[in-house]
Design a protein around this ligand. Structure first.
Ligand code: ADP
Ligand code: MG
Ligand code: MG
Length: 249
């Protein structure tokens, strides 16, 4: 079953066209990877999917779960089951991981999450992800390592149970531990109803994830779709080579 169908999507920021006719289809339960050189429009795609108001859709359709969502606000899309790890301040003084996640769950489901009931759910999710119990009581991002921030992202995904999770890992400067946390988290969270789109240039992450499809985003379009072999080709030959072959297709 198709979960995301993007047709001829064009997106502008401040009247500059960034996405120039992008097509992408994702079925339920699939893991997709998007790779592409800096400035090709990867983060623009992620923010556009989430409904960030700064990104102006001038053409095309975003169909999520059989529904056109072009005009929906970010909170409405989140309620329908699209997840993009929230952007939040480096540290939120006095807010624990548990409180943050409970608030996020209340906001996405529209249902108040009682303290005790949520504690129980969170405990189960953390067990599933092999995250130590003490983590829930830590203050959000205070003294967190890169890996601990990633744990929070994965835990958010586990708690919110989206149909489609979009993880933009391009600029995050992940160390080996963080890459492993993301990869294992994604694998545990992925199932036949949950699709995952990971934007990355980390080959290690790609190998761990073993995606169904790898796409190359170049100058605002997906110019090539393949498997892991495509990622290896980029690794060997670089994007300029890919550009010279595929940009006129
Ligand atoms: P990527 O994530 O692939 O590196 P981005 O989507 O961040 O690429 O950016 C694509 C293009 O859009 C770049 O040319 C960048 O300079 C431009 N861009 C990104 N964000 C903004 C913004 N907020 N305002 C203006 N231009 C932007
Ligand atoms: Mg960038
Ligand atoms: Mg980016």
């Amino acid at each position: 079953k198709n979960i995301l169908n993007i047709k001829d999507l064009k997106v502008q920021i401040d009247e500059k066209e960034i996405l120039k006719g992008l097509n992408l289809q994702i079925n339920a339960g699939e893991i997709h990877i998007i790779m592409g050189p800096n400035g090709s429009g990867k983060s623009t795609l992620a923010y556009t999917l989430m409904g960030h108001p700064k990104y102006d859709i001038t053409n095309g359709e975003i169909i999520f779960d059989d529904e056109l969502i072009n005009e929906l606000r970010a909170d409405e899309r989140a309620k329908k089951g699209i997840f993009l790890s929230f952007q939040y301040p480096e540290e939120i003084p006095g807010v624990t991981v548990e409180e943050f996640l409970r608030t996020a769950k209340t906001s996405v489901t529209g249902k108040f999450q009682g303290v005790m009931a949520f504690k129980k759910v969170l405990k189960e999710k953390m067990k599933e992800l092999e995250i130590a119990e003490e983590y829930a009581a830590r203050y959000l991002n205070q003294g967190f390592s890169g890996g601990e921030k990633k744990k929070n992202e994965i835990l958010q995904m586990a708690v919110l149970e989206p149909k489609l999770a979009v993880l933009d890992e391009t600029d995050s400067g992940l160390d080996v531990d963080a890459i492993r946390i993301v990869a294992e988290g994604v694998k545990r969270m992925h199932n036949d109803k949950r699709s995952i789109l990971v934007i990355t240039h980390y080959n290690k992450l790609l190998e761990y994830l073993n995606p169904h499809y790898v796409h190359i985003l170049l100058d605002g379009r997906i110019v090539k779709t393949g498997g892991i072999d495509l990622a290896n080709e980029i690794d060997e030959k670089g994007y300029e080579h890919i550009r010279s072959i595929y940009s006129y297709q």
